[in-house]
Design a protein around this ligand. Structure first.
Ligand code: UDP
Length: 495
């Protein structure tokens, strides 16, 4: 058969587009044609990297589909989840995304790809793929552990067995004893009433079950018990091919992911070079999670109280959060990046000793791949589950005590708890244990993507599965031609 062709269609959100671009690079580097589907406003997330890779002989194509924002009462440039003015606009965003079905079908008709890798939040793509007799593969952008925890929560509803918000419960039937509190579970997960989000997630689950399988940005050695659980207990087909961010090997690729960095990469590296190994705390909360002014202030004071050096990526536009005199007092110790940080470049630097993270899966896995212990501060989505993987299973991080799942903004964490968690992983008696475990995972991550490693083999298996899916269907077509020929022969003989 000819060259395989993958269509990759991520949800329009940084945390979904960034790993999809890495996936496209990885697939294209194995001689597969990779075409990314996105909307005009999001083209810039991909275009520079696509150009850079072209020079290296890795060809990635991009095709654009208009996003019907205005038709769905959204602001004109609202083509990405972080650009939605309020949560009330979410249903319209999903409606607009579903209106991309027809143009997507036209593109598939024109390009005839062998497979459609599409985001969990585009559940209608399962039907699209079925129309063209190609497999749809789902990309959730999260890990096995989170999907296993989510599945058990839905089946067993363990949060119903506790009498208060702060009482912990164990998530049943999992390989480890995973403890959560009710406040760490999203309201739509707990409520029996239907909401927009619960409807979306139901559609996602149903289309998941009808799809051919799931790609994970994870690696077997990171969560072997949960890969087995997902495969054997939940009965799902999957391929672990991560950490995807490790395909970025040069400075340029590490420095510019998603958006242009707000700091010059050389200035950033010079600052990092001036510090001792494992001495800095890096703070960044991804592209969507919000923090109240009070929480930002607590964080500033917590960082100061830890006495450690830090780099802090701050996304807010106003400066109300800055405690008086903070920047002056910490000017020798801290670097504040206002805007977008070159995260992977920073994490990979040897002077970084801890990562204060909201536990978005990309950030978490980038921290794991860099061998950096984490200070966990989950806010919403599946971030509380990711935190438990880090703190309760891998034991490479310590929580700041964020226990309130909240879509709008984190709250309730105090400076003392922040300083304590930072010091625990950086300078306490336990710090060496955290560091050693984190470094062992880094080593496993790097081995997983090398030739013969588990993720390398995972991708080989995926490509073989898609090739044979194609030949199965062409066998079927051949049989149909054979059947038609026989029918014609018998027909001719009879008349
Ligand atoms: N990121 C970055 N610089 C920033 C903020 C985020 O490069 O200042 C990248 C980060 O490396 C990760 C992605 O944006 O790849 C965020 O994804 P994640 O799943 O961690 O969080 P989300 O933004 O989806 O909540």
């Amino acid at each position: 058969m000819g060259q395989l062709h993958f269509f990759l269609f991520p949800m329009m959100a940084q945390g979904h587009m960034i790993p999809t671009l890495d996936m496209a690079k990885l697939i294209a580097s194995r001689g597969v044609k990779a075409t990314i589907i996105t909307t005009p406003l999001n083209e810039s997330v991909f275009s520079k990297a696509i150009q850079r890779n072209k020079h290296l002989g890795i060809e990635i194509d991009i095709r654009l589909i208009k996003f019907p924002a205005l038709e769905n009462d959204l602001p004109e440039d609202c083509e990405r989840l972080d650009l939605i003015p309020t949560d009330a606009h979410l249903p319209n965003f999903f409606k607009a995304a579903a209106m991309m079905q027809e143009p997507l079908e036209q593109l598939i008709q024109e390009c005839r790809p062998d497979c459609l890798v599409s985001d969990m939040f585009l559940p209608w793509t399962t039907d699209t793929a079925a129309k063209f007799n190609i497999p749809r593969i789902v990309f959730h952008g999260t890990n096995y552990f989170a999907l296993c925890v989510g599945d058990s929560m839905r089946r067993n509803k363990p949060f119903k067995n506790v009498s208060s918000d702060s009482e912990t419960f164990v998530v049943p039937n999992l390989p480890h004893e995973i403890k959560l509190t009710r406040t760490e579970v999203s309201p739509f997960e707990q409520s029996d009433e239907e909401s927009v989000m619960s409807r979306v997630l139901k559609e996602v689950r149903e289309s998941d079950l009808k799809s051919y399988g799931v790609i994970f940005n994870s690696f077997y050695e990171l969560e072997p018990d949960y890969v087995e659980h997902y495969t054997k207990v939940m009965g799902r087909k999957s391929w672990a091919i991560g950490p995807l961010s490790l395909c970025n090997r040069d400075v340029e690729d590490k420095a510019e992911r998603g958006k242009k960095s707000s700091i010059d990469k050389h200035e950033c590296l010079d600052w990092l070079d001036s510090k001792k190994p494992s001495s800095i705390v890096y703070v960044c909360f991804g592209s969507v999670a919000n923090f109240t002014v009070t929480q930002m202030r607590e964080l500033a004071l917590g960082l100061e109280a830890s006495g450690l050096d830090f780099i802090w990526a701050v996304r807010t536009d106003n400066e109300d959060w800055l405690p008086e005199g903070f920047e002056e007092r910490t000017k020798e110790k801290g670097l504040i990046i206002r805007g977008w940080a070159p995260q992977v470049l920073i994490l990979d630097h040897e002077s970084v000793g801890a990562f204060v993270t909201h536990c978005g899966w990309n950030s978490t896995l980038e921290g794991i791949s860099a061998g950096v212990p984490m200070v966990t501060w989950p806010v919403f989505a599946e971030q509380f589950f990711n935190e438990k993987l880090v703190t309760q299973v891998m034991r490479t991080g310590s929580g700041v005590g964020s226990v309130q799942w909240k879509r709008s903004a984190s709250e309730g964490v105090e400076k003392e708890a922040i300083a304590k968690a930072i010091k625990r992983v950086m300078v306490s008696e336990e710090a060496e244990g955290f560091r050693n475990r984190a470094r062992a995972y880094k080593e496993m991550a790097r081995q997983a993507i090398e030739e013969g490693g588990s993720s390398y083999t995972g991708l080989t298996t995926l490509l073989a599965d898609i090739s044979s899916y194609d030949s199965l269907s062409s066998d079927w077509k051949k049989n149909m031609y054979g059947f038609h020929a026989l029918f014609l022969y018998v027909f001719c003989v009879l008349i």
